[in-house]
Design a protein around this ligand. Structure first.
Ligand code: ATP
Ligand code: MG
Length: 604
């Protein structure tokens, strides 16, 4: 491609709308333009990158026997009602764009395709002989993200590869899951990314496994906890660890103490000169279930620990049926406004204890009249502990479960693992923290959707069974930007060779010099002829501008037909290292082609 004929507009200044380096660079280098919040036009250079990523994804997926298809983006509400997700996706998480058409039918723009694919399976899969089966697609997804940001990293319209597999049993599902683990690792490696596969939360569905593929980068919205021995890595949402040992309590007798201005664990521990591990802290949450039922939840946990809200959400979702619902819609720490809605009298915030009386809850409609009391494991074994008195300014010390406080019936694990904790697999290892960008997620779904939609098959023994399912997603557009986030310098993008929009840029420093122009054109033609993807910068611009632009757009190799032409030589610059060398005009094409082949081979 000749640059003089391209829509090629670069910016010298960082655009104000961008916060992270990759977003700034893709805008500055003319790869994309923002059209609306979280909505981008993918311009020709970026489209080439996206296609290259898609090709690598296809290659790896096809190699496993998965088959590509394309499912509708416009999806009928009935399917989502059958799975029970219409309300959660249009109201609770509110992530699905939904609309009513001219015939008054409700439809949505697909944020994901479990419902559609399961309906197809219900229709077309009859027998175990058709299984296992794996279909995938590469397509634009729509999600009304509450905070679209960082360009392609969190868009409201983005490209995803999503695949769904169907099986007779868990053994078959696990085999495909393992294959996907390898395929995803290959995809990321071939795209030139450094990544980590981490244990991930699989929600209340449970299932025996879910792995996220994280690209480590400071801009990542996820936190990854890992050990240096390489044997453990998990999303903080899912991570487990050993809490530090509690310090034995120094209080021997139950009493109420005047503890003015101690609403936080830190202030209380300082005032009482005790360890936060001797304190039982009580955190209030408000849960809303899908039948509208609101439940106030009181979690008792050791003072030095924090509640992991993902784990808590999973526990509460399991209790949905107990409250007459099927799932939980929302979980929040009630703010002052929320408290006014349900509290019969002012709450002793900062001084609450596990026995907070139920008469704090007014008799409002839809309100569960009793607190749901949960005890985290870390609080279970504490003796003679410190906790609130339900009266501002006072705490009790020397308290015990079964004496002053009733131990909640539900003992759960909802504590958040943190950096510095000891690892379960080897307590001499401590958890380290890193930021990650989630690029892919593979998931053993089980029978959640097949049961809900009635997608069954006849087994070898003639039984009618629900299909076992797995699902596997890669964010193609997110991956493109993550690659930049991982590879750039002060001058611009440094694309890995495998996903660079072009492999070589041939630059003519002086368009007025016929020899330069002719030599460049000849090299450019030769490159194209042997299958190298090349750009020719034949614009009427100063040499300095051309060099700057070439660096900014991040093409791996630059060939310059400059002064050295007199000696029959051209200059070759490697973008990643800046290493420059003069090479004979006659050798340059073969040399650069050799480098490219070598790089591509190394990551295959
Ligand atoms: P996140 O936690 O980042 O919101 P998710 O768990 O919602 O991701 P999935 O539903 O598993 O993501 O989707 C599969 C993949 O699609 C993700 O791993 C990610 O790479 C990509 N993806 C998800 N949401 C977005 C988005 N808003 N913009 C760009 N890519 C996205
Ligand atoms: Mg999401």
């Amino acid at each position: 491609m000749r640059l003089s004929q391209m829509l090629f507009v670069t910016l010298r200044e960082d655009p104000a709308e961008a916060e992270v380096p990759s977003h700034k660079l893709l805008l500055r280098a003319g790869y994309m333009r923002r059209i609306a919040s979280g909505v981008y036009a993918y311009l020709p250079l970026l489209w080439r990158v996206l296609n290259k990523i898609s090709d690598i994804v296809r290659d790896e997926m096809n190699a496993t026997g998965a088959q590509e298809c394309l499912l509708p983006q416009l999806q009928p509400a009935e399917l989502w009602r059958e799975s029970g997700r219409w309300d959660t996706y249009t109201k609770a998480e509110g992530i699905m764009f939904a609309l009513t058409d001219r015939r008054q039918q409700e439809v949505s723009l697909g944020p994901t395709h479990e419902e559609v694919i399961t309906a197809i399976a219900r229709d077309m899969i009859r027998s175990y002989r058709q299984l296992p089966l794996h279909l995938y697609q590469i397509q634009t997804k729509f999600r009304d993200e509450i905070r679209p940001r960082f360009g392609l990293l969190r868009g409201r319209e983005f490209i995803m590869k999503d695949g769904y597999s169907f099986h007779t049993d868990e053994t078959s599902l696990k085999a495909t899951y393992e294959e996907m683990y390898t395929a995803y690792s290959n995809i990321l490696r071939r795209c030139g990314l450094e990544f980590r596969a981490v244990d991930a939360d699989s929600g209340a569905i449970g299932g025996s496994g879910s792995t996220e593929f994280m690209v480590l980068a400071a801009a990542g919205e996820d936190e990854v906890l890992y050990t240096e021995d390489g044997n453990y890595a998990a999303n903080v949402e899912k991570a487990v660890s050993l809490p530090v040992e509690a310090v034995p309590s120094t209080f021997t007798q139950f009493e109420k103490l005047d503890t003015p201005n101690t609403p936080t664990i830190e202030s209380l521990a300082q005032f009482l000169k005790c360890s936060p591990t001797q304190i039982v802290k009580n955190v209030l949450y408000q849960a809303v279930f899908d039948n509208g039922r609101q439940v106030l939840v009181l979690v008792s946990i050791r003072g030095d620990q924090d509640v992991n809200e993902v784990k808590l959400t999973n526990e509460l979702t399991k209790l949905a049926t107990h409250y007459g619902g099927t799932t939980m819609l929302a979980l929040a720490v009630p703010d002052a406004e929320a408290q006014r809605q349900w509290a019969a009298k002012p709450l002793p915030l900062g001084y609450i204890n596990p026995g907070l009386e139920d008469d704090y809850i007014n008799g409002g409609k839809d309100l569960e009249p009793k607190f749901l009391r949960l005890c985290d494991r870390t609080a279970l074994d504490l003796k003679n502990f410190v906790t609130g008195s339900n009266e501002a300014g006072y705490h009790v010390v020397g308290a015990n479960w079964g004496k002053e406080f009733v131990l909640p019936k539900q003992v759960v694990d909802v504590r958040k693992a943190t950096a510095g904790d000891h690892a379960l697999h080897n307590p001499s290892q401590t958890l380290q923290t890193a930021r990650g960008i989630e690029i892919g997620h593979i998931f053993q779904l089980g029978t959640k959707y097949s049961k809900a939609l009635g997608a069954t098959f006849t087994s070898e023994t003639g039984e009618e069974l629900p299909l076992m399912m797995g699902c596997y997603g890669v964010g193609v557009s997110r991956l493109a930007q993550a690659a930049v986030e991982q590879s750039y310098d002060k001058n611009g993008i440094i694309w890995p060779v495998s996903i660079a929009p072009y492999q070589v840029i041939v630059v003519i420093p002086n368009m007025g010099d016929d020899r330069q122009v002719e030599a460049a054109k000849a090299i450019y033609k030769e490159l194209l002829a042997i299958g190298v993807e090349a750009l020719l910068d034949d614009r009427d611009e100063r040499a300095g501008v051309k060099f700057k632009d070439a660096d900014l757009i991040g093409i791996p190799y630059r060939i310059v037909t400059g002064r050295a032409l007199g000696d029959g030589k051209v200059e070759v610059v490697e973008r990643a290292t800046g290493i420059t060398q003069e090479v004979a005009l006659t050798d340059v094409v073969a040399l650069v082609k050799g480098w490219i082949d070598e790089e591509l081979l190394a990551i295959r």
